[in-house]
Ligand binder design. Structure first.
Ligand SMILES: [Fe+2]
Ligand SMILES: [Fe+2]
Length: 311
């Protein structure tokens, strides 16, 4: 990892340069004439996976897709709530001696704060237009604090896979997706989030490298062990969200699902959540590469764990 560290100043400069070019405002993306279109699906099928559910008609599949869109806003708002304090903690270690790193990392934290506002703003629009109550896992602050109780290396590795995962969500499912007519506003949210996350992958990789450089082998092992614990913790949250989505769907459709119907929806949705929020990130080639540099001996464990989160 030493070779990469030599180029870190250049990487921070490039990240700042690219970030300055991208810079958007929440108000440019949502509000006034820019409204959610509730006649359209919000998430691509590869993320929402509603089509395979036999017990739902087309209208109910549309509602479930939109509920999944709202849950997406909630979950991303939540993860940003542990990303911001984690980055702010890390920036204390760079200090004024490495001013370029400090500026780039502060900008990283500022962008993630803006993303929290973005997701909350979209959630408000959803609430106004959807017509029935939808719930998200929480309390958000308690979940974010529970994540931050883990080893900092475990936390930055989790953040790194989330950054790569966000890119997959836009690039693989929305940008070249001509077969689905999704809500333009939701596509715009995924696109604008991706535009800034593209810089975050560079910055978070540097955070991982710099943190590892300060740790001895025992600490690295402890950090990687916490990364795997956090994957299970996040999975628990996602499975709880599936249950909340089921209740939201019942309210939105006015249907009391039978046990068999609940089981069918649950089985498809659990798989969808595992892939969307874990599998698509921890199998991303760039994440696997960085993880392999940090923990070469645990790479096979990562591949094994990933199997449970893939299609
Ligand atoms: Fe973000
Ligand atoms: Fe990010």
């Amino acid at each position: 990892m030493t070779a990469t560290l030599i180029n870190s100043t250049q990487s921070y400069e490039q990240a700042l340069h690219r970030a300055a070019k991208v810079n958007w405002r929440v108000e440019d993306i949502i509000g006034e004439e820019k409204r959610l279109d509730f006649t359209k699906r919000f998430l691509p099928e590869v993320l929402a996976r509603v089509n395979d559910i036999q017990c739902l008609n087309e209208r109910e599949k549309l509602l479930l897709n939109q509920i999944r869109g709202n849950s997406y806003l909630h979950i991303f708002g939540l993860v940003e709530e542990f990303i911001v304090p984690c980055v702010i903690n890390h920036v204390k270690t760079t200090g004024l001696a490495d001013i370029t790193a400090t500026q780039a990392l502060l900008h990283f934290a500022e962008e993630e704060s803006k993303h929290i506002r973005l997701f909350r703003r979209f959630a408000e629009e959803f609430k106004l237009g959807f017509g029935s109550r939808c719930e998200g896992i929480g309390p958000v602050q308690d979940i974010a604090n529970a994540v931050l109780q883990h080893h900092p290396l475990g936390v930055v590795l989790i953040i790194l896979y989330i950054e790569w995962m966000t890119q997959y969500h836009y690039l693989a499912s929305v940008r070249d997706n001509y077969s689905e007519s999704l809500d333009p506003q939701f596509c715009s949210l995924l696109r604008h989030h991706w535009l800034e996350e593209a810089q975050h992958t560079t910055l978070d990789t540097l955070m991982v490298e710099q943190l590892v450089a300060t740790l001895d082998q025992t600490e690295v092992v402890a950090g990687v062990a916490d990364f795997f614990k956090l994957i299970e913790f996040i999975n628990g949250g996602m499975m709880a969200q599936v249950q909340l989505d089921l209740a939201s769907l019942s309210r939105a459709t006015g249907r009391q699902f039978t046990d068999a119907e609940k089981q069918e929806i649950q089985a498809v949705q659990e798989k969808a959540y595992r892939w969307t929020f874990i599998g698509s990130g921890i199998t991303h080639a760039e994440f696997v590469k960085t993880f392999g540099q940090v923990a070469p001996t645990e790479q096979s464990q990562l591949a094994e764990v990933a199997q449970a989160y893939c299609h």
